[in-house]
Every structure is written in C-alpha cells, then in structure tokens.
Design a protein around this ligand. Structure first.
Ligand code: ADP
Length: 481
C-alpha cells in the first residue's frame, strides 16, 4: 500500500468523509433523542403529578390519604412510583406533614439538597439525591382541605433510566466509529482500485512502448470516456514522436549516405598524393595524418549509416539457427592477429554447441565490436578471456579483459551513441563511439541483454545473454572446457 498513491488518497478521503457524515448524523440523532426523551419524561412527570394531586386527600388535620379507588393497576403503579419522591410545602416553602416523607426525601431535606425545589411554586426543577442520582421535580399548587388553603405539591422522578438509555445509545454509536472508518476505508480502497484499474492497464501497455516500437498504439478494452481520452492523447503523442524519430533517422541515414562518396574520393585522392615520389617529408606526414582521420571519419559515417538503417528496419534481421561455437572460434582466430600486434593474448576454452536464432552478419558484427574494444582498451602483455555458457534457456557470452576499465560514472552511458568514456584515448585507438550502441541494438533485436561490470585499471567484463533456439534450449551445461 503506497501512501502517495491516488488509490490510497481516495480510499482515505472516502473513509474520512463517511466518518464525518456518520459522526454528524450521530450527533444530531443524539441531540434529538435526548430532547425527545426529556420532553416525554417531563410530560409523564407532569401528568403523574396532576394525577397524584387529585388522589391526594390532604386535610388540615387528621390523616393524609392517597386514594387509589377505581384506578386501573397501571396507574396505581405510577402513583406508587411517585410515593418515595414527594413533599408538600406551604407557599413559603416550609415542609408540611414531614411524617409523609420517604426516608430518601428526608435525607435530601436533611442534606439541604431540596432547597431550590422547595422554593419553587410551580414548574420543573432539578435536585441531586444523596446517592448521586439526578431527580427531576414538578411543583404543583393545589388547594388542601376544606379551607382550600393553597399548598405546593413537589413530585419527583429519577432521570436515571432515560439517561441510561441515552448514554447506551451514544456508546453504541461511538463504538461503531472505528468499524465505520475501517469499512468505509476498505470500500473506498476497493472502489478506487476498480476506478483506477483502467488507467493502470493503460500505463502498463504504455510502458511497453520504447523508441524502437513507436509505431505501436495503446489499445484498451475499457470504454470509459476518461480512459479513452487519455489513450487517444497518448497515442497521438506517440504518433507525433514516431514521426519526429523517423525524420531524425532518415536525416542521419541521408547525411551519412551523402558523406560517403566525397569521403571515398578524398581518401582515394589522398592515397594517390601520398604515393607520388617527390613529396617533401612534412607534406607526406601531413597527408598521412589526413588519411588516418579520413579513415576514422569513414568508419564513423559507415557505422551511423548501419545503425540508422538497422533502426529504420531497412536492413532486416533474418534469424536462422546459428551455432556460436564455430563463429566464436573463427572470430577469435582472426582477431588474435590484431591482439598479437598489441601484445595481448585472447583465450578461448573448448566450446560445445550453442545454437541461437540469429542473423550471422549482425551477431558477428556485435562480437567483433566487443572483442575489438577489449583489445583496444587492453594493456600490453595482458589477457582476454572469452567464454560462452549455456544457462537454462539462454547462452551467456562473456568477454573479459585486463584493460583500462571504465569508471562507475561512465558505465550508464557507454551504450549511448557517440559516447566515449575517455575521448582522447578512444580517438587514439580509432574509436567512433558507436560500437557499443550497435552491440546493444543487435543483442536486443535478438531478445537478449548486454551489461558490463568494470573497475578502472583492473579491466572490464561484457556479458551478453541471448535465448537459445527453441529446439536447443534444453541443452544445458558448460560450454567452456
Ligand atoms: P569506441 O568506438 O569509442 O570504443 P564504443 O561504443 O565501442 O566506442 O565504446 C564506448 C566507450 O566505452 C569507449 O569510448 C570506451 O571508453 C568504453 N569502453 C568500451 N569497451 C571498453 C573496454 N573493454 N574497456 C574499457 N573501456 C571500454
């Protein structure tokens, strides 16, 4: 799970929004529930108080009675519920008939908890019981006895049961918050994943397009307008790039082609001039150096032309079963002559067959470039080892030298065109800076890979891996003896 991904952000935003909405609804629900519960409580209390007042026989002297005659059992029960929580006072708040009080009310009176209630002539008030319970009172004036003296009846009820219900519903709500966050987050994550899937698919297909297959188009089965718009925009951008690339390639090929003839003429004429007998020595050495430069230039131009043609597909690769064993033996034999000139020895161990699907000319060219580099960048008296091993479905060809090596900073660029790690040295050795680009192109055209490991002053090892031809891919084992 990547926290910087759009999917994560969408999932998280979804969870946050749903939780906020859930909490807001919860808060409103709680407030409404609490308001209605208290309202209903008050109206019940008021009704109970009035009933109680009508049933309370309160003579100026003599016994106070509560008549329940003719009442249905439910109302008798309601009256019984009130009995522990009532008090009667005169208009000044002096308690009348204390013998009527329950122990609970007496305790509250003793503790002074009822002073506010007793002062009230009518309406609701609140007091805290000695056990901490909240009691809501309703004070109701009524006429007592025959003289119809005004007294106040204070009737109470504990709010504990409704508070408990409200508290419980709030707790249930709060406990469900983490669950809601989790569920809404998971749903958001899944939905965002589904919504973004088409874009991921498009990105995957788009990732397969490189400078070598710019003529490809992204096609997606997802028909959503947004996805199609992205795909269309991408395809038209790739189309424009393809056209620019084509023009560049064409220009390279045309330029190289145009340069070949005048270069050949210059080369020929310089050779003729060099052959004439009566040349002063300094002019001769000048012409010889010109000829060397012309040689190099011709090589560069030829390689540019080859690369452009290869990339444009005008020179096709025709793959046939190709055994690397005789090819390597032949190349090493030929290049040994060049190596001996530089006092370098090439070692090629006994090989066994390694057949790939390849174009002999191109493969030959790529291996020559690698061997040629190994020789040119070797130190006199050093060795070069060539090896080819079959590893499962692939053949691994390695060329290791004890030459000048390549610095870590240069390694990422040496396969780029015209890149030379040490231009002065490369130029002296006749390098064009195009050899490795061609190697890379050839190897990749054979579905292979090429990489290098190197240390300055210790040497380099270039490793090429190419798939074996299908019928031969089961042959495994060491090719070197
Ligand atoms: P060049 O024709 O200049 O050799 P390449 O494309 O063949 O061009 O190689 C690019 C650069 O990589 C070279 O200029 C050289 O600096 C470096 N290089 C290639 N092969 C080797 C090697 N075997 N040892 C040391 N440096 C190498």
């Amino acid at each position: 799970m990547n926290v910087r991904s759009l999917r994560f952000k969408l999932g998280w935003t979804n969870a946050l929004l749903i939780t906020v909405v859930f909490l807001a609804i919860g808060f409103i629900r709680y407030e409404v529930l609490s308001y209605r519960a208290h309202l209903s409580f008050d109206s019940d209390l008021l009704e109970d108080a009035r009933d109680f007042a009508t049933r309370l026989h309160f003579p100026e002297s003599g016994a106070v009675t509560i008549s329940t005659e003719g009442l249905p059992p439910s109302e008798v029960l309601a009256l019984e519920r009130i009995r522990p929580y009532f008090a009667v006072t005169d208009l000044k708040g002096t308690v009348l008939r204390p013998e009527l009080h329950s122990a609970y009310i007496q305790d509250m009176l003793d503790a002074g908890a009822l002073s506010e209630v007793l002062r009230s002539h009518s309406g609701f008030s609140r007091a805290e019981g000695v056990d901490g319970r909240q009691i809501r009172f309703y004070s109701l004036p009524f006429a007592a006895g025959a003289s119809a003296e005004q007294v106040i009846l204070h009737v109470g009820q504990s709010t504990e049961p409704i508070e408990a219900v409200i508290r419980e519903s709030l707790l249930i709500y709060l406990y469900s918050v983490p669950l809601i966050i989790f569920v809404s987050g998971a749903i958001g994550w899944l939905l965002a994943g589904r919504a973004l899937k088409p874009f991921e698919d498009v990105a995957q297909v788009a990732g397969l397009i490189t400078s070598k297959n710019l003529n490809m188009k992204v096609v997606t089965p997802h028909k959503e307008i947004e996805v199609q718009r992205l795909v269309d925009a991408f395809n038209s951008m790739v189309g424009r790039l393809n056209r620019s690339f084509e023009q560049l390639r064409q220009f390279n090929a045309d330029a190289a082609h145009e340069l070949r003839t005048p270069l050949a003429i210059l080369q020929g004429e310089t050779e003729i001039a060099l052959n004439s007998m009566d040349l002063p020595e300094d002019t001769r050495s000048l012409l010889a150096s010109n000829l060397e430069e012309l040689d190099r230039l011709t090589r560069v131009v030829n390689e540019i032309l080859t690369l452009s043609e290869a990339e444009a597909g005008t020179r096709n690769i025709s793959k046939v079963p190709l055994d690397l064993k005789p090819l390597l033996e032949d190349l090493v034999e030929h290049l040994n002559l060049l190596a001996l000139d530089m006092d370098v020895r090439i070692h090629l161990p006994q090989l066994s067959a390694a057949v790939i699907e390849g174009d002999e000319l191109w493969i030959r060219r790529a291996i020559i470039n690698l061997l040629d580099n190994a020789i040119r960048y070797s130190k006199p008296g050093s060795n070069i080892w060539v090896a080819a091993t079959v590893d499962g479905e692939r053949v691994r060809l390695s060329i290791r030298d004890q030459g000048i090596g390549i610095s870590a900073a240069d390694i990422p660029f040496i396969f780029d065109r015209l890149y030379r790690a040490d231009p002065a040295r490369s130029r002296n050795s006749g390098g064009s800076g195009l050899g490795l680009s061609l190697v890379k192109w050839v190897v990749e055209a054979h579905e292979g890979t090429v990489h290098v490991s190197s240390r300055p002053d210790e040497g380099s090892e270039f490793t090429v891996e190419i798939p074996l031809a299908r019928a031969h891919s089961s042959i495994s084992g060491l090719l070197q003896g």
